[in-house]
Ligand binder design. Sequence first.
Ligand code: ATP
Ligand code: MG
Length: 487
Amino acid sequence: MEKKVVKEIKKPKKTKRDLSTVTGMRDILPQDQKYWERVREVAKQISKDYDYERIDTPILEYSELFVRGVGSQTDIVEKEMFSFVDQGGDSLVLRPEGTASVVRAYIQHGLLNHTQPVKFFYEGPLFRHEKPQSGRYRQFFQFGFEAIGEDNPALDAQLILMGWNSLNDLGIESVIQVNSIGCKECREEYKKALVKYYKTKSKLLCENCKNKMGRNPLRLLDCKEEGCRSLREDSPQILDYLDDACKNHFMKVIGYLDELDLPYVLNPYIVRGLDYYTRTIFEYWAIDDVEGKNALGGGGRYDGLIKILGGREETPACGLAMGMDRIVAKMREKNIEVPEERIDVFVAQLGDAAKKKAMVMYENLRKNGSFTVSQAFHKDSLKKQLEIANKMRVKFTLIIGQKEVGDGTIMLRDMQGGVQEVIDFNKIERELKKRLEKYNEGAVIDLTQNEESENKIEMSGNISSEIESLEDQKEDIEEIEKLDLEK
Ligand code: ATP
Ligand code: MG
């Protein structure tokens, strides 16, 4: 990619004293991760269902990639890029979107010689220097799908379906907004008609739209200002300007959407902000976001981009990107439950010798791969450990104390039923597996029916309530020894 200095670094402003996050950026704390994890999980599943393979591209790219790819007249390139000149004099940018990078990778690695289309899935952070507000950050996250090398309208429809499916699988109701902006040729005609129309009304346009009229007239259609919105009602419609091939392509896409029974509306005002789009474009609006102020995602066809970035001519492509921050916000707003995975087994220990043995055992359980495991070896108090296990809502706890170290046994506690039994240390993995299978089948584990459990201790109530009276580790030891004696 050719090197070009796009922007000089300005002198730094006076240093801020408090060391909080950079404006428009935020931390995603551990307690919020379950939503993000769920979104990533669904995205990954969709990528597998439709054969899209993961690609990771660097966060830093040459500025030129986006100036050429996204277009110099777009909001992203004009105002929103985090760009700087590095020590080597290269003008770099924190990637503001994913498609141009994926196309760069497709060209750079000669993937145009592979079976087409090449289908990519990506997920990661993007950076845009926008005015921070709700649902709009300067570092935000997207997952996306790109299919390069195919112009069949079935692919457009399938991508539209994939985005909709991912929202639906997450429990978010959305309506697809779909439009066609034709190819370069039909769009030129349309742009002329638009400018002609808006010129007669220019006094009524907002400042931003007045500015855009000569350079990017399509953007006038998706202005959110009331005045501009009412003007567009009588504006020429793109569908009247599509040539036969573009119209045909679009009708086929719509035909598939009908067949798939997807909730969509034909929205002639969806234009998308990026220069590279051709033909089909679409957005996903939450069912209650009637004006599309917070689109959850969008995409479209970009048949011209590969050539613009130095690839082979006639390489059609189509893709979409979903805004993960807005998706997570919507899940929270709608109180969408995220299924939490419960840890299978917690390893608790009491006393020095037991801790050592437990640490080794933990490694074996972890490597076994059949269980999810947890522990709190930094705690000596059994009471504290069991409190942690309870809070984690683990399925089973293995408790090893002085006595167990001596006689080669271990206590296995079913955290749900509150039943404890002593099992042979060498049979832990087998016994656990058996109980987990039953647990996962939803069966109530009745240890009295299990012939292998010779030594059983039935305890009433919950172990943490039983040891609530314990004040320190000494008492813990007494307690566990008492349990041992009861055997
Ligand atoms: P908008 O019209 O809302 O600015 P956009 O057209 O710039 O969106 P795209 O580039 O198509 O957005 O990105 C796809 C999705 O990424 C958007 O629908 C949105 O959910 C999300 N997104 C875009 N910009 C941001 C941002 N600054 N903060 C959070 N999410 C964003
Ligand atoms: Mg934007």
